[in-house]
Structures are given as C-alpha cells and as structure tokens.
Write a protein that binds this ligand. Structure first.
Ligand SMILES: [Fe+2]
Ligand SMILES: [Fe+2]
Length: 131
C-alpha cells in the first residue's frame, strides 16, 4: 500500500478545504506503517480518534460553506457526510472497545470512502464556491 500525496489534481478550489483534505490524507497515511503489526492498537486508536474529530469539523465547515454559496446538492452532500461520520465513529468505537481491527482493513474501507468523496463529490462544488 502506497502513501498518498495530495497534489493539485485533487484541489477543490478552496485553500481551506484543500488543507483539510491534506490532513485527512495524512490520517489515512498514518495507518500504513501500522499494517501487519500486532502491538499497535494504541496507535490505531490515536489515528482513528484524530480522524474522527477532524472529519466532524471538516464536514460541518464544508456543509456550512455549501449552504452559504447556494450549492444545489448540499443536502445530498450532507447525507454522504453523515454516512461517513457514522462509519468513522463506528470504526473508532470498535477499536476503542478492543475489537482487533487490522490497520489494513481500516485503511481500505476509509480510503475507498474518503478519497472517493474528495475526488468525486467534493470536486463538484468547486464552481459554486466564491472566488
Ligand atoms: Fe471534503
Ligand atoms: Fe464533502
């Protein structure tokens, strides 16, 4: 599994949200060195807590901006955020409560949701954001 590096092709046209997405990508990357190691549950919990706290903040700021700029699909976008918040919260709670989830499993599921969202759904709001 390779580290992902943010690049301009991932930009959503907002320095603030690009910065947020970089932090989310850093959290995903932080799971990679923990893959295949048995004694790293504390580190996995730390990464998942950081990710959970941050996606909550990021999603709410993004939703606020989308409403303010009149993005027509903001409700559907918020629903996707809610699903991802639930997923991240559930995975974080599972590892916190001792469920031995492999870093590779967490990475695979979170990567497919979050990167697909950033590169697909988030990019759609770019033309609506104020310049
Ligand atoms: Fe986003
Ligand atoms: Fe989003």
């Amino acid at each position: 599994m390779d580290f992902v590096e943010w690049d301009e092709s991932m930009s959503v046209g907002s320095d603030v949200f690009d910065g947020h997405h970089k932090i989310i990508i850093e959290c995903l990357n932080a799971l990679i060195p923990l893959m295949g190691k048995s004694e790293c549950s504390a580190e996995i919990i730390e990464v998942m807590s950081r990710l959970e706290e941050f996606v909550l903040l990021h999603f709410s700021e993004e939703e606020r901006a989308l409403r303010l700029c009149g993005y027509p699909d903001w409700r559907a976008h918020k629903e996707l955020h809610d699903q991802m918040n639930d997923l991240v919260f559930k995975l974080k709670s599972d590892v916190e409560h001792g469920r031995a989830l492999e870093a590779a499993y967490l990475h695979e599921i979170l990567y497919s949701w979050l990167m697909k969202h950033i590169l697909g759904d988030d990019k759609k709001y770019e033309p609506y954001l104020p310049k």
